[in-house]
Design a protein around this ligand. Structure first.
Ligand code: ZN
Length: 156
């Protein structure tokens, strides 16, 4: 299995179903917050991003680690780096919420371009639908079949 050379963690890709199953390994009544990472340590006011998600009906983000209502955020300092995660959904872990959690996971992967952050009570867990490190994005190319089709000449 490939590992990220910087973070020494396995590079795994998860399907929405696999992420859902991971969530349901937590005890019932766990507070689940489903986040989509949008901006990672990027300078700027990110006004376009914030306006866009407000228009699409979202009400909360996590700004530099703190959950905030969109309408309580003024203009961001354009000279500073910001982390922005979109809060897709906040739910309590229980069977009745299974399909809503699943929908939330799929929506988050969509907005997060294949990345999702989950807050399970106070624990933060990240998953990626890509074959890449969920912290730094280091990826390995998909192995194509032709790489394996050595013939005798390949060993000379
Ligand atoms: Zn990494």
């Amino acid at each position: 299995m490939p590992y990220c050379p910087t973070h020494n963690i396995p590079i795994l890709s998860f399907s929405p179903e696999q992420i859902l199953n991971k969530v349901f390994e937590y005890p019932e009544k766990t507070r689940v917050q489903i986040l989509a990472p949008l901006v990672k340590a990027e300078k700027g006011s990110h006004k376009d991003t914030l306006v866009k998600i407000a228009k699409e009906g979202f009400v909360r983000i996590r700004l530099n680690g703190e959950i905030k209502a969109l309408d309580e955020i003024g203009d961001l300092d354009k000279n500073k780096r910001h982390d922005i995660d979109l809060v897709i959904n906040r739910l309590v872990l229980k069977d009745e919420n299974r399909s809503r959690i699943f929908e939330g996971i799929k929506t988050a992967l969509d907005y997060g371009h294949g990345y999702i952050t989950l807050l399970l009570n106070d624990e933060e867990v990240m998953f990626s639908a890509h074959n890449s490190c969920h912290i730094c994005g280091f990826s390995v190319p998909r192995l194509e079949p032709r790489l394996f089709s050595f013939n005798a000449d390949g060993f000379l």
